[in-house]
Write a protein of this length. Structure first.
Length: 662
């Protein structure tokens, strides 16, 4: 399918000052550029646009995709579950994967074995999907088809294992026919086995939703939203404790047997913020340290930190929102000059990690938005914003840096996404040339850490090389980057795509990966990632007329556990060297293929291609190439099919890789 820039998108107002973000992209990384029409495209959406349940106004379910592709898992990945309900979070990634020190693994996800058509599609059997690895085998091979909570209907689950072996599924529970939700805790004394006991520690008829949970030792920490605002344009939920969505906090010191009463920390209460949307917060814990990360599109990004098991707290701001106490009845006029300003903020998907020395690290996606009406309860996010921001406690407030984004694989300096849409008789509409998730293009970070202190961070972003023929939308893939002590942001490694391509035995060119959760514990061999994968971009809880909904709703998604070899991640980036050479793309090649070269200082570039017996079949030299990124565009159409080797020599250094020609 022909791909080009989507130039026909509507241009948002976009006037006013836009914050400039420092960049610290990996060596050799080529960021894809977006033209103004794509970057500034906006959609008017409700101020609160989270999806609590399944109220999707649709008259018919999606038909199974006629060109659906299937592939067997490759080495180091296992399908451990599936689901028809394919929205795992609104923003920040929940803790759905626990890698234990004894080699066992517990994984959970929001699950439904079906999608039933009534006046609207419903998921009556939705609950927590679960699988357990005992060190040798998974407890439920393939796709478990029952929810763990039995007759209790839940969603947006977290998995918690404690030091003494207790196990919990912490989710929110919607009650059929009732206008409330409540946080449920399914607990058992031994991880991986036994019956669950379900309780509602914070009330059985509350308005609590979207929990995040974690543990350290036998201490369990939970945060959740205290209103359950669903983005309704007709009903405005009453404030709770003076906020439109407070962040409640609670903890257990006895392995989840009992929990403290829920409370809102004064550092983020109604005197500080108007409220937070669902999933715009996260929680991490290590030893005596607890960190509650927060950040919505219309609030600051920051965290609360306790070093005494949650008894006392300090507050740190990472990104300051341009307008304090912003709400949907406020115009985005930052400098009060009567002109609507575009604000640079965040996508609401903050993730925090405490390293081995107690230092806090944080990631969040970039997002711009504006509001030109103070009365309709809507605002305009610019979904073409791109970039993932990183910060740690050695950096100043507002000193975050952009470390990655969508990647320009072919070196043409643009993000290649579909320019065409479905014909006029299409059953659905495309308003974006990619799936409709919350936030911008590069989203939903998650992270783990190994014994040496090296951090392994995953995120999702558009892979411009994926085939868009079937859906007329670009696919997102899951990428991993690493950072070792002393945590210099300039030393993040080159992104590693964890979704296997056809060359690696998979079907990554035709698949989308989303909602990746990285296990906090990374061992000596692997980093573990739980994510959702299927053919169609986006998810089935999208707009009623969208192609995202049409191609996802009624079609199952796989839940995969991938073991990423720690020795493989980051090998493309060698900060100590002055030469970076990428893998050619596409690989295998059937015509044009592209190789990116990064130089830290100016040098002559010598590029050579050898056949299987070592004969040079192509060569070129680029004299006095300047420091920076360069691209070799190689036409392999005249090459015989087979395996070739290519080498780049520059500045006294040499890098060699293999490629396949079909």
């Amino acid at each position: 399918m022909k791909k080009s820039l989507l130039l026909s998108l509507a241009v948002a107002l976009g006037i006013g000052a836009i914050a400039q973000v420092n960049q610290s992209l990996p060596v050799g990384f080529r960021k894809a550029n977006l033209p103004a029409a794509l970057k500034n495209y906006s959609v008017r959406v409700p101020y609160r646009s989270e999806v609590i349940d399944n109220q999707v106004p649709l008259s018919t379910l999606a038909i199974p995709h006629a060109n659906a592709r299937t592939a067997q898992p490759v080495a180091n990945e296992t399908v451990i579950g599936c689901t028809f309900y394919d929205l795992q979070t609104n923003n920040s990634i929940s803790n759905r994967l626990v890698v234990n020190t004894d080699g066992t693994i517990a994984a959970a996800w929001t699950f439904s074995p079906d999608a039933i058509q009534t006046t609207t599609p419903v998921f009556p059997n939705r609950g927590s999907g679960y699988n357990y690895y005992d060190g040798a085998n998974w407890s439920n091979p393939g796709c478990p088809m029952t929810r763990e909570e039995g007759s209790v209907r839940t969603g947006f689950t977290n998995i918690v294992n404690t030091a003494s072996g207790n196990e919990m599924l912490i989710a929110h529970s919607a009650v059929t026919g009732q206008a409330y939700n409540r946080i449920s805790v399914a607990r058992r004394a031994t991880k991986g086995t036994g019956a669950w006991t379900i309780s509602y520690p914070w009330g059985s008829t509350s308005t609590d939703t979207w929990p995040k949970a974690t543990s350290a030792g036998d201490n369990v920490y939970v945060v959740f939203q205290g209103q359950g605002a669903s983005g309704s344009t007709t009903v405005t939920p009453a404030p709770v404790l003076g906020q439109s969505g407070p962040i409640f906090y609670s903890q257990s010191t006895d392995g989840g047997v009992t929990f403290s009463p829920k409370w809102v920390n004064p550092l983020i209460d109604s005197t500080q913020y108007k409220g937070f949307g669902g999933d715009s917060y996260c929680i991490d814990a290590k030893d005596s340290i607890v960190v509650l990360g927060f950040g919505d599109t219309y609030t600051d990004v920051g965290f609360l930190k306790s070093t005494d098991y949650g008894q006392t707290w300090t507050k740190t701001i990472i990104q300051t929102h341009p307008i304090p106490f912003y709400t949907d009845d406020s115009l985005t006029d930052e400098n009060h000059d009567g002109t609507i300003d575009t604000l640079f903020t965040n996508g609401g998907d903050i993730k925090v990690l405490i390293d081995n020395n107690g230092l806090v690290h944080a990631w969040f996606s970039a997002l711009r938005y504006y509001n030109d009406s103070a009365s309709d309860g809507f605002y305009n996010p610019m979904w073409g914003t791109d970039g993932l921001e990183y910060w740690n406690e050695n950096m100043p407030s507002n000193g975050y840096v952009e470390i990655t984004a969508s990647q320009d694989y072919n070196g043409n300096n643009i993000l290649d996404v579909p320019s065409d849409t479905f014909p006029g008789n299409s059953p659905c509409d495309v308003i974006l040339p990619w799936g409709e998730y919350s936030g911008g293009i590069t989203i939903m970070p998650s992270a783990g850490i190994d014994a040496s202190g090296k951090i392994y961070m995953t995120y999702a972003t558009i892979n411009e090389s994926a085939d868009t023929t079937d859906f007329h939308e670009a696919h997102r893939h899951i990428y991993m980057m690493t950072l070792a002590p002393p945590y210099d942001p300039a030393t993040w490694t080159y992104p590693y795509n964890i979704i296997p391509s056809q060359a690696d035995g998979g079907l990554g060119e035709y698949q989308e990966g989303s909602f990746a959760c990285t296990g906090r514990l990374v061992d000596n061999t692997y980093a573990y990632v739980l994510y959702q994968r299927d053919d169609a971009p986006g998810h089935g809880l999208a707009r009623a007329t969208s192609c995202d909904l049409h191609f996802n709703l009624g079609n199952s998604s796989d839940i995969l556990l991938t073991k990423v070899e720690t020795a493989v991640v980051g090998v493309k980036n060698a900060p100590q060297n002055d030469l970076f050479v990428s893998q050619n793309y596409p690989n295998p090649s059937v015509g044009m293929t592209h190789i990116n070269i990064g130089l830290k200082k100016s040098a002559d570039i010598r590029f050579e291609v050898y056949d299987i017996i070592g004969k040079v079949v192509y060569s070129e030299t680029r004299k006095q190439s300047v420091a920076g990124n360069h691209t070799i565009n190689l036409n392999t159409a005249s090459f015989e099919p087979g395996i070739y080797t290519y080498s780049v020599i520059a500045g006294g250094q040499k890098s060699t890789r293999q490629m396949i020609v079909q």
